[in-house]
Design a binder for this molecule. Structure first.
Ligand SMILES: [Zn+2]
Ligand SMILES: [Zn+2]
Length: 286
């Protein structure tokens, strides 16, 4: 238990949720993943996937145990599940939201608005957990945050995502390392600064919103949308020397079978690739 380092995907889609028969195998919820590290829950992003994650966690939380939530950015597909996160209404829970400190934007107000009319009838008094916000300053160098159980979360800002960029997170514990790089675009591969930050990770979760043909399509090219193709993900995995790659943040119009085609393309370029799959738990071993 103390040595546990596991990852569960609870939402693997980008943009908006897509329930239905075409997305049953890999899931239709938007971005959220749960790490359980020595019994400590650490969540990344709060798309609709966090709703199921909250149900899973709520019955397991020990009195006084913190739940950390780190956000990559404030686009709605990464925050829209927050008002439905069950531990918010658990008086025994303590929730710390770590969010990018964006000049000119009060991230706390943005997130609190999700609980207020006209978006919601809940109001802030309805939140029963002890809730705190920690703004994360972004600089040119990686910055590290230390959590319970000797967990280190470090992050860098990647500027490719419109309009304000996105944080890439690197989580290390007990000699193992996972990198979460969603909503990134790098037609020429990551630059040296980002490659060095990701280098040698045991597991890389990388944006894979598009097939290459869609990204470059002459009718409606996706260049500049702030997302990757399957080839960009595979190339960055190779370049950064990671052990395993998980494709993530799938375009909502792609069916399960299209994702499997994407996987086959990725494996042609980086063998140890998998698709992020909702509710799938992966253990990081030493
Ligand atoms: Zn997104
Ligand atoms: Zn985004």
């Amino acid at each position: 238990m103390k040595d546990e380092f596991s990852l569960t995907f609870f939402g693997v889609r980008g943009s908006y949720p897509v329930p239905g028969k075409n997305t049953q195998r890999y899931g239709g919820n938007t971005s959220s993943l749960l790490l359980e590290i020595g019994g400590q829950p650490v969540i990344f992003d709060a798309g609709t996937g966090i709703i199921q994650s909250g149900r899973y966690l709520n019955s397991r939380l020990r009195a006084g145990q913190k739940v950390h939530i780190f956000l990559t950015h404030l686009h709605s597909d990464h925050i829209m599940g927050l008002p439905f996160f069950a531990p918010m209404f658990n008086p025994g829970a303590e929730i710390v939201i770590h969010c990018p400190d964006i000049p000119g934007i009060n991230s706390r107000q943005v997130l609190e608005a999700l609980f207020l009319p006209p978006y919601s009838p809940i109001t802030l008094q309805g939140i029963k957990a002890r809730l705190s916000f920690r703004p994360l300053a972004a600089g040119p160098e990686a910055i590290a945050v230390r959590l319970e159980n000797d967990i280190e979360v470090s992050y860098v800002l990647h500027n490719s995502h419109p309009l304000l960029g996105v944080f890439i997170y690197r989580i290390t514990h007990g000699g193992r390392c996972l990198v979460y790089a969603t909503d990134v675009e790098s037609p020429d591969g990551f630059d040296e600064r980002i490659s060095a930050f990701i280098a040698g990770a045991d597991l890389l979760i990388h944006d894979s919103q598009y097939f290459d043909r869609e990204y470059f399509a002459s009718a409606n090219p996706r260049k500049g949308f702030g997302h990757s193709t399957v080839s960009m993900a595979a190339r960055n995995a190779e370049k950064c020397g990671v052990k395993r790659l998980f494709l993530f943040h799938f375009d909502p119009k792609y069916s399960d079978s299209m994702l499997e085609k994407m996987l086959a393309q990725a494996r042609g370029k980086f063998k140890n690739t998998n698709l992020a799959q909702e509710s799938k738990k992966i253990k990081l071993r030493r």
